[in-house]
Design a protein around this ligand. Structure first.
Ligand code: MG
Length: 284
């Protein structure tokens, strides 16, 4: 299933996309977090009984979880080729012993819609950058989960652009400010449920800026796997239903080029993952 949050007649709703992705049917849940927490059989019967479909052109898609209940958990430097480009850009900021994962938190008061705007924060932000990432959505309360059982705790997957202000990120010792500004988390266009994607996911992930291919990799090249991330985090931190884990970005971000290719107002950033879809966001 591909599940979405959308606006129709000024009201926010959740729905399921048709097989061809051209239409949406309303589901009887107040929001996506309530849908994720509902028993599986209730979700399946709601999908079976869903009402008339609306053409997708008649609605405005929002991020599938527009207002996450908690900050997004992020992995830093989790693809080998990206680790190398980050270290070339700033060895002081990014040189790390591996394979101990870097976890950080991304504040998201409101996630950006799949066709919404990335805020450039001119005056505050220099060196604005993009990071296409596979995000995992947790299905049920996870504590002390073994890696072998981790797939049972995944509700589905979405695309997330971990927009980054590189100068803030590297000036401050922690990444929280440089990663957590308003308008820095485009997400969507849908959640593809875990039953549709073989585990661990091996999906093509790419990004383009103004049509130019920048990142092009596959999601099975993570340094720390999704199963290991869930095992380690849940060994001491309860992961609640609806938790979003962004698993890191492959090589090809703006700071990885020589000279760097940072974003400017008017640029169009597309982040795509096979089987989920494309975010198409304009910088303003
Ligand atoms: Mg990232």
């Amino acid at each position: 299933m591909k599940l979405v949050t959308y606006l129709h007649d000024g009201k926010e709703a959740v729905g399921v996309l048709s097989g061809d992705g051209a239409a949406v049917r309303l589901l009887p849940f107040p929001d996506m977090n309530a849908l994720i927490e509902a028993p599986r059989d209730r979700l399946l019967s709601a999908v079976k009984d869903a009402g008339d479909s609306l053409p997708l052109s008649a609605v405005t898609l929002l991020a599938p979880i527009p207002r996450p209940r908690q900050d997004v958990i992020c992995l830093g430097i989790n693809y080998k080729a990206h680790a190398e480009e980050a270290e070339r850009y700033s060895s002081e900021a990014f040189k790390k012993e591996r394979p101990i994962p870097i976890y950080f938190s991304k504040r998201v008061s409101e996630a950006v819609a799949p066709e919404g705007f990335i805020e450039s924060h001119s005056g505050l932000v220099q060196r604005l950058d993009y990071e296409a990432e596979l995000a995992v959505i947790i299905s049920k309360t996870a504590r002390n989960v073994r890696a072998a059982d981790a797939a049972d705790y995944i509700f589905g997957y979405t695309v997330l652009n971990d927009v980054s202000a590189r100068l803030l990120q590297t000036t401050h010792k922690q990444w929280y400010f440089g990663k957590g500004l308003d308008g820095f988390t485009p997400m969507g266009p849908c959640i593809t449920t875990a039953d549709e994607i073989a585990f661990p996911p091996a999906l093509r992930i790419s990004s383009r800026v103004n049509g130019e291919l920048r990142q092009d990799s596959t999601t099975d090249l993570l340094i720390t796997s999704i199963a290991d991330i869930i095992e380690e985090l849940s060994s001491g931190m309860t992961l609640l239903p609806g938790t979003i884990i962004a698993t890191g970005t492959p090589a090809g971000v703006g700071m990885g080029f020589d000279p760097p290719k940072f974003l400017k107002p008017g640029d169009v950033v597309e982040c795509s993952i096979e089987g989920i879809g494309t975010l198409r966001n304009t910088v303003r």
